[in-house]
Write a protein that binds this ligand. Sequence first.
Ligand SMILES: Nc1nc2c(c(=O)[nH]1)N[C@H]1C(S)=C(S)[C@@H](COP(=O)(O)O)O[C@H]1N2
Ligand SMILES: [Mo]
Length: 545
Amino acid sequence: MAGLLTTAPLAAVLFAAQRVAGLPFLPFDLFDWLARILPGNLITAGIDAIVALVGGLNLGPTATVAKTIERGMALGLFITLGVVAGAILFVTLAARHVKHGWRAGLGLGLILGVFLLLVSAAVGLPETATPLLGAIWALVCLATWGLALGWIHDRLAVLGESRGPLPPPAEGELAVSTTALSRRQFLLQVGGAAAVITVSGTGLGMLLTDRQRTTVAVAESLMGGQDLPPGLPNATDPLIPAPGTRLEYTPLADHYRIDINLVSPSVSEQTWALTIDGLVDHPLSLTLDDLRNDYDSMDQYVTLACISNPVGGDLIGTTRWTGVSLREVLDDAGVQGGAGYLLIRSADGFYETLALDLVRADERIMLCYDWDGQPLTADHGFPLRIYIPDRYGMKQPKWITEIHVSADYEDGYWVERGWDAVAQMRTTSVIDTVAAQALIDDGGQLRVPVGGIAHAGARGISKVEVRVDDGEWQAAQLRAPLSETTWVIWRYDWPFAEGQHTFAVRTYDGDGLVQDETQRGARPSGATGIHSRGATLLAPADGTE
Ligand SMILES: Nc1nc2c(c(=O)[nH]1)N[C@H]1C(S)=C(S)[C@@H](COP(=O)(O)O)O[C@H]1N2
Ligand SMILES: [Mo]
């Protein structure tokens, strides 16, 4: 109880300070650290479970809800740690018959403080506050926490002594009520104080948290067809997406976010530079301005997907990426003979390896600083990330700090944890909508617009087919994509028939290869299988066509 009453306010105060002054939020650091050191298959099983839970229960956008769940787990873990530490303190003090526990409490707080500081340093996320300030703050907070724990212990011990039946009132004396607190009253008072600190700390922190209107934005983006930014390269394509199809160009606020951090690293443009070293003639240190000014910029429409995305999942999005061709930058550094791989390292400790042959063969591989015409946001990798066509997100580091040119291959972060080393994007197709409310009258024949996306990495899409119930596969219409690597919007107007129906979709890549129809989960190389969707169609009431 004492552990809970001290650790909850501690978490709230740390949270408020993180929001106000960019001081480290130790509960998240602890969780992030565990996520990095625990065995990869355990972590991956955890991620799979969360993705399945969020999708299965329809809890909302997977990436956003999953982060919320993980943050809850982090808080729960931190508070459990505090409760267990408190219990150990109390038991030890009782076993040794120590009356004054504050010294031991202070000691415990400092030990935990140092441990959490080491954890925070091991995760090494850049914080806004200086490391020294962060360290002092963490130690002061944990020391205060330990002192409070010790103080509660000591008070409870004293109150415990004065407990027990009062001596009966002497003859002629009034029964006086004792003024001493009972343990229960004391704990209630401490609980009240703890609640006040917890609620006000959390409230203050939340006031300073940017409200993300993600859920609203997702709802809006499903209107279909409307709200696309002007000037898209396929603006003149006559095919109008079926109502309810996702937006072809994902609003930035809706783009999924997946990474190993509960809070995105905040990299400062002032101190950041991209280091290119290893087997190069001229090691480089490039600022963001250098990258923007000294190289030709290029724009590409890109569909990015997470390898954890289930068939039909929402961990996929399309936006315009701007940056510089990696090849050009490497030419400036002068890659030496014998070099074979680029070891890319990020501010959050993430890393991946890219074969030089691939870079030489594909000028589309780029170091990218803008999304949708804006500098990358902190969540999406500010100041620099890489784009590699045809690869899942796990191969494409955000928050890049260093490119080390090496002779030898090394496994990347998720490859070490059991995921596919190549991570080539799978061919996949999804039904976004069976628009039963948007029947069209096609010369007397009622039709139901059905639509969605198809994607095959950089291989393009040549055909999409829809099957209803046990019928034949029927060709859908395709909209010209934003680029050769983005998803393709398809539409099929199905001749209406009343009743319950199952709609299925499959697609063929640019080489005419049909997608893998075997139902297979995301691990280790991306989910496969046919996406289908059931719908009950009622005959329209008279006169409402
Ligand atoms: N530094 C860093 N880069 C990273 C990751 C990460 O955890 N750290 N996650 C990768 C994964 S698994 C995916 S799917 C994409 C997601 O990019 P997004 O969050 O911008 O959509 O980032 C990739 N790049
Ligand atoms: Mo991912």
